[in-house]
Design a protein around this ligand. Structure first.
Ligand SMILES: *[C@@H]1O[C@H](CO)[C@@H](O)[C@H](O)[C@H]1NC(C)=O
Ligand SMILES: *[C@@H]1O[C@H](CO)[C@@H](O)[C@H](O)[C@H]1NC(C)=O
Ligand SMILES: *[C@@H]1O[C@H](CO)[C@@H](O)[C@H](O)[C@H]1NC(C)=O
Ligand SMILES: *[C@@H]1O[C@H](CO)[C@@H](O)[C@H](O)[C@H]1NC(C)=O
Ligand SMILES: *[C@@H]1O[C@H](CO)[C@@H](O)[C@H](O)[C@H]1NC(C)=O
Ligand SMILES: *[C@@H]1O[C@H](CO)[C@@H](O)[C@H](O)[C@H]1NC(C)=O
Ligand SMILES: *[C@@H]1O[C@H](CO)[C@@H](O)[C@H](O)[C@H]1NC(C)=O
Ligand SMILES: *[C@@H]1O[C@H](CO)[C@@H](O)[C@H](O)[C@H]1NC(C)=O
Length: 269
């Protein structure tokens, strides 16, 4: 090879490498045609979320974190299953990696009665700073008399059983440990939805229903487990139904075990 063509060859290699790396640095853009953006109602669904009913290829590789598979209902509502319960996803904010969830069971209830604490287990999710926890005490037979019960939970055939709501943590001062209640459930709501009512007499009692129906916010953690390596190599972390393992989907359509960079770096050495 003559010298100019050698230079050209070297230059083109450098160009290929830099363009690959430039592409790699943008890991959040769902540009791969293998992982297209889907719409469920007004919710845009893309990496790290994916729609369960859509397989992207014959090998059943899903475009997203294993536990972030969503369902799109017949009425175009987005649904996620957490270990504790099933929730509507009412918002996904890809800029600050947060999702808003609403308990599916309570939306139709006039007086929302949440049954379960939210359990995140070891999912790459955490409660947002935008949340505030409310503590509900249901059907108490022993309670302080100076506290106003939630009117809409009083049942006519047993008016002695009363239910209460407090900002979580406030109960300690009142000695709620001595209450005798059938159930204690901690419910996260958006702090903005209740800040006007906290501390006002009867405020929470009348307004918690609307706040609970607005849901709560969770942040998702980027670079989950093995996905970090894949994401840093410019790929999408996927999930293989067959092996029940995470995989890495590269821009060129290849599905690799962990990293889209591997082949490139050995070639570079
Ligand atoms: C990734 O690319 C998309 C468009 O291709 C762009 O809108 C977005 O800002 C980029 N993100 C980063 C982090 O560079
Ligand atoms: C759900 O969305 C699809 C696609 O936008 C639309 O064709 C369909 O009519 C919607 N269904 C309902 C029940 O709104
Ligand atoms: C989330 O993003 C919105 C705008 O996209 C912004 O107004 C809001 O403050 C952000 N929240 C957090 C907790 O960063
Ligand atoms: C609300 O409760 C959850 C679960 O116990 C906890 O992880 C979270 O930190 C609490 N949030 C606040 C604002 O106290
Ligand atoms: C309280 O107990 C009654 C009778 O068992 C039941 O019908 C009602 O749903 C309970 N209320 C709450 C808020 O759990
Ligand atoms: C919900 O969490 C609270 C506080 O962590 C706990 O005291 C209560 O027993 C839990 N309730 C249920 C139904 O698991
Ligand atoms: C999943 O992948 C890890 C490492 O990539 C491997 O150690 C493990 O055996 C795999 N599990 C299955 C069920 O294939
Ligand atoms: C796609 O890229 C990956 C990672 O760079 C590489 O291992 C694979 O061989 C490529 N596949 C094709 C079909 O070019």
């Amino acid at each position: 090879m003559s010298e100019p063509s050698q230079t050209l060859f070297a230059l083109s290699i450098i160009f290929i490498i830099t363009s690959c790396y430039a592409d790699s640095s943008n890991t959040t853009s769902p540009s791969s045609s293998l992982c297209p953006i889907s719409l469920c109602g007004s919710i845009s669904i893309h990496y790290p979320f994916w729609i369960k009913s859509q397989t992207i290829n014959t090998r059943n590789q899903f475009c997203g974190y294993p536990d972030f598979g969503l369902e799109c209902s017949k009425t175009n509502k987005t649904i996620i299953n957490l270990p504790s319960d099933t929730y509507y996803v009412t918002d996904i904010n890809y800029d600050n990696s947060s999702i808003t969830l609403v308990d599916i069971d309570i939306l139709d209830q006039k007086c929302p009665r949440v049954r379960k604490n939210v359990t995140l287990s070891n999912l790459p999710l955490s409660f947002s700073k935008l949340d505030l926890n409310l503590s509900f005490y249901f059907n108490c037979s022993s309670y302080p008399t100076n506290l106003e019960p939630i009117g809409c939970f009083i049942v006519s055939d047993n008016e002695k059983l009363k239910s209460y709501v407090l900002v979580d943590g406030d109960g300690g001062e009142i000695g709620y440990d001595n209450w005798k209640c059938e159930d204690h459930v901690v419910v996260s709501v958006k702090v903005d939805e209740v800040s006007d009512f906290v501390g006002s007499v009867g405020g929470l009692i009348n307004e918690f229903g609307a706040a609970v129906k607005k849901g709560f916010v969770l942040d998702w953690r980027k670079g989950f487990k093995d996905c970090a390596v894949c994401e840093n190599s410019g790929g999408y972390c996927g999930y293989d139904e067959k092996t029940k393992n995470s995989t890495c989907i590269c821009g060129n359509g290849s599905v690799v075990a962990k990293s889209c960079k591997k082949a490139l770096s050995s070639w570079q050495d």
